[in-house]
Design a binder for this molecule. Structure first.
Ligand code: B12
Length: 210
């Protein structure tokens, strides 16, 4: 196996020490930083996404892989001018007002970042006006909302309505997720998409950000 293959394997295994060493060695050997990201680090994370979706990997393992990948990215980042950093698109994401659950959202953020998205994570308990402000400020391709409570999921509709009122609805794709949310609810509130897990959320953003 070539060294990119070994690096991808180390990402899949969540072995951040090895990923760190291999990344540094490649940097010292003047390997193209973009190739390190695409062919080593992201190649590994892509496999993680597929395995997680298939139920062959679980949340803690995915988090270890994401951490391993970030360790590598952090080393490579300074070598790449901002404009050259491959970006799959920009996503603003947050947990809706009244809701403090963020484990799943963080997982979505990690997977998106691993897939090359620039992500602005607003955190938890975000009111419709907070999402509107963030869309105005960051001009993302996609805005994502997370809710884990049947009571707070209703805030997703309020946010979609607030985006409409602010004249922003046509400028951004809206996606929703979280345990109580499903596709038909997403359609009902006028969102553009729903995903039941972080890997599917990433695929969805890839489609919507094109
Ligand atoms: C951990 C947890 C907590 C923690 C949260 C810690 C944290 N930092 O997140 C704490 C202890 C704080 C908590 C508090 C409460 N909780 Co709670 N909690 C849970 C629990 C056990 C796990 C949730 C979780 O993290 N799942 C794991 C992640 C990985 O899955 P996930 O969140 O679904 O995310 C995945 C997908 O949904 C999707 N996804 C998530 N977000 C997004 C966003 C987008 C855009 C997309 C596309 C996809 C996507 O991708 C993720 C990754 O694959 C659930 C039970 C359960 N089994 O779900 C109850 C649960 C959600 N909690 C519940 C309740 C009632 C509460 C409290 C009201 C309890 C209380 N009486 O105080 C409070 C509410 C606090 C508040 N205001 O938010 C209920 C909700 C019932 C309901 N239907 O409304 C549940 C279902 C437990 C139960 N069976 O009663 N909770």
């Amino acid at each position: 196996m070539n060294s990119f293959g070994n690096m991808a394997e180390a990402v899949i295994a969540g072995d951040f020490e090895t990923v760190k060493k291999m990344t540094q060695t490649m940097i010292d050997e003047q390997v193209d930083p973009i190739a390190i990201i695409n062919q080593g680090l992201m190649a590994g994370m892509n496999v993680v996404g597929v395995r997680f979706k298939a139920g062959d990997m679980f949340v803690p393992e995915v988090m270890m892989s994401a951490r391993a990948m970030s360790t590598g990215i952090e080393l490579v980042k300074p070598l790449i001018a901002d404009t050259n950093m491959p970006s799959a698109g920009k996503v603003v994401i947050g947990t809706v007002k009244g809701d403090l659950h963020d484990i799943g959202k963080k997982l979505v953020v990690m997977m998106l970042e691993s897939a090359g998205f620039q992500v602005v994570d607003l955190g938890v308990d975000q009111a419709p006006a907070d999402f509107v402000k963030a869309v105005q400020e960051h001009n993302p391709h996609v805005v994502g909302m997370s809710a884990l409570l049947t009571t707070t999921m209703l805030k997703m509709k309020d946010t979609v309505d607030a985006l409409k009122e602010a004249g922003l609805r046509d400028k951004v794709k809206v996606i929703v997720g979280g345990a109580p949310v499903n596709r038909s609810f997403a359609e009902q509130i006028g969102a553009d998409g729903f995903a039941s897990d972080a890997a599917t959320a990433t695929d969805l953003c890839k489609t919507l950000a094109q």
